[in-house]
Design a binder for this molecule. Sequence first.
Ligand SMILES: *[C@@H]1O[C@H](CO)[C@@H](O)[C@H](O)[C@H]1NC(C)=O
Ligand SMILES: *[C@@H]1O[C@H](CO)[C@@H](O)[C@H](O)[C@H]1NC(C)=O
Ligand SMILES: *[C@@H]1O[C@H](CO)[C@@H](O)[C@H](O)[C@H]1NC(C)=O
Ligand SMILES: *[C@@H]1O[C@H](CO)[C@@H](O)[C@H](O)[C@H]1NC(C)=O
Ligand SMILES: *[C@@H]1O[C@H](CO)[C@@H](O)[C@H](O)[C@H]1NC(C)=O
Length: 813
Amino acid sequence: MMSQKHKKMAKVNLLLSHFLLNLLILSPNFAFSQTKNDVKIGSSLIAGDDKTSPWISPNEDFAFGFQQLGDENQFIVSIWYNKIPEKTIIWYANGDNPCPKGSRIELLADRGLVLTSPQQDEASISDPLIGIVAYGTMKDTGNFVLVNRHSDSLWQSFNQTKDTILPTQEFREGFKISSRRSETSFSKGRFLLRMFQNGNIGIASLNLPSEYINENFYLIRSIDQLNATNYVMKFNESGYILLLVNNSQEFVLSQGEIGSSARFYHRATLNYDGVFALYQRLKDSKNDVWSTVWSVPDNICYSFPSEKGSGVCGYNRICRLSIDKRPDCQCPRAFTLVDPEDDYRGCIPDYVQDCGNNQEDAGSQVEMETITNIDWPTSDYELLQPLDEEKCKNACLNDCMCAVSIIRENSCWKKKLPLSNGRVDNRVNSKAFIKRKKGTFRENTNSSKPKNKKQETIILIVSVFLGSSVFVNCLLLGVLSLGFLLVYRNKRLTFDRNGSSMDQTLRYFSYKDLSKATEGFKEERGRGAFGIVYKGVVDIGNPIAVAVKKLDRIVQDGDKEFKTEVNVIGQTHHKNLVRLIGFCDEGPHRLLVYEFLNNGSLASFLFGDLKLTWNQRTQVALGIARGLLYLHDECITQIIHCDIKPQNILLDDQYEPRISDFGLSKLLRMDQSETQTAIRGTKGYVAPEWFRNMPITLKVDVYSFGVLLLEIICCRRNVDYEVGEDKAILTYWAYDCYQQGTMYQLVQNDLDAMSDMKKLEKFLMVAIWCIQEDPSLRPTMKKVVLMLEEIVEVPSPPCPNPYRSEHSLVDAV
Ligand SMILES: *[C@@H]1O[C@H](CO)[C@@H](O)[C@H](O)[C@H]1NC(C)=O
Ligand SMILES: *[C@@H]1O[C@H](CO)[C@@H](O)[C@H](O)[C@H]1NC(C)=O
Ligand SMILES: *[C@@H]1O[C@H](CO)[C@@H](O)[C@H](O)[C@H]1NC(C)=O
Ligand SMILES: *[C@@H]1O[C@H](CO)[C@@H](O)[C@H](O)[C@H]1NC(C)=O
Ligand SMILES: *[C@@H]1O[C@H](CO)[C@@H](O)[C@H](O)[C@H]1NC(C)=O
């Protein structure tokens, strides 16, 4: 042991030599400037050796070196966040080939970074490299750079992005990032994010082990109407992801509130499950965790159904969206993981498929378990209808080929193994009957235990309530609400942490707040089915303009319902939907607070003096279709809009359409008995089934969209008697023009549209499909989007109203 004095002396010596070294470095003999953090030629690191410490950036945020994987003897050369406790690797070199303990990285002047295994196998990490390296630097931005003696950079880790991008990085056409295999495996994963020539950024899956790339299942932004030649995707210093067009126009791609880069780290990662997410985390906190600011797609369980392949979760699994919008994958009960180490290899059932000799006996070894609201949409092999539940269950039980049958509205689908694209389906009431080995139910009680326990607690609380005196109940209630208040307060606190919202929860406003925000409800901006809209300004960290909707026709006793519905609306996030910021629910006052959009409604740009160009209109149509698709298919709770019309489509500053008033139809629900007379929706846009006592489904929105699409194409109202009787009803006239091949009449004075006949015809055909009187003939919004995007062909549509008569004319008006 060294004495105290000796230690001190050693320290002084060290300081002195450091000082001298610095003097030397700063002296003018050196053509390049080097700082103490720079990595000199000949420096090396050894895997699993604590004596060599990683190369750190000057601000100490990032480190370069070896990271050990789960396995004792596996290391990867990587860059990670140096100051936070959870291991967050943002770059890695040898993900496919982790190296053993004792491996060594060395910086050589002529070859850059070289990795040598204990067996003396060598691999270069910094290819391609042209020139002689003078030193390396771990930059404050997270970029590791090798430079020559003129400080020109020869190689940088930023040019070999793996699954994560960082602020200050920029990307152009051809840029790709590839996900890793799993949380713990850094080999090449199944997903790819790419930027295309037209500025679109797509996420696609890869058919490993081949390099075949499937079609994009998600596009982040489509602005090809700009016809620009130069697109750059930028992750700017403040943590925003932007698209820079022609070096002049900027579009912010990321949504959500981004904390200041002085206090937060930001990164964006293509996760191994296909979700691309922008994260942030407080810099100087040991306790904070990475939180998602923005992520796409909104619902990976729905956005990634692949025609071929297993879907996100693997075969025979079920995808459920977790709170952070990542897929939570589970085996159905009585199924087990093929490989507990590899979550994505899928599950196998516990029974053995036996289509042997005694066919009649097929059902005797197995039984059916019932689960509600799950689906494997691409594994059907037979459809039986009409069929009731019991028959549907038995149809599968007695069919040795069948693994699962699913019943929905008297239609029974038989499905075969392996089951693919499994997901929770909250949209419809369906029941799945899943085959399992007979008598295995007991053995499985272990796995469902935690759930039972929860139920027991609830039952316990309820029984305490029911069983004890009023006084005890009051006391208990008091304690419970105090607890609730504390939790609520905590939530508010995290939310106010830096004056801007950290979580995506809705804000609550008091009536007084909103009265003040709108200066006593002074500036009226419109009236709708729900009540009056006022313009106002609220301060949520920074002042923003809002539209305050005062609901006056709310269901009487819908107190709980109001909160539920508002929450549903609040959970929707899509660039083609108007965002709900908060609400007020105070005595008789029910108000919704939305973001304010300056450009007003689409109606004024279709029927007013200021017209949108043909290109803008086609993009608006696409945007609306995407927004509707989201409401129907991709958000957590399915939403039928019921009142799609130009007045309910707002335009933002970039003329991007935003659907408003979605979710309100449920809030404004009338008495069941009233539905026949008081029809929701607006005349001219409502689907015929409203008048016919038929069930109201998603297809009512498709109908309204079809009418709207025609109006967008033709820039006129659906019903307009001033143009002559034969043209008065647009839905009829449009079909006539289509059939007679005189489509140009529809866009008479619009030269752009006339010179784009092909697209015009496509859009027109899609619109005619949407306005089919028979709801089952109308396409889904998914199909509509695919047709408008010209990804699938549009078949020629039949006459939308084969029984057109004077009567239906009245209907249409
Ligand atoms: C990184 O890539 C960009 C674009 O491909 C290129 O212009 C630049 O020279 C590269 N930098 C280094 C250090 O390789
Ligand atoms: C878009 O660009 C293509 C080729 O770059 C050109 O032929 C076409 O006329 C352009 N369209 C518009 C509307 O500017
Ligand atoms: C982008 O730049 C190209 C070439 O300079 C030009 O032809 C094009 O019109 C520009 N597009 C936009 C949308 O500014
Ligand atoms: C990054 O982009 C956002 C959004 O456009 C902008 O507000 C911010 O100022 C930008 N930051 C920098 C450093 O350019
Ligand atoms: C429940 O789990 C325990 C340990 O995990 C195991 O020993 C036991 O056999 C299981 N019981 C049943 C009924 O599967």
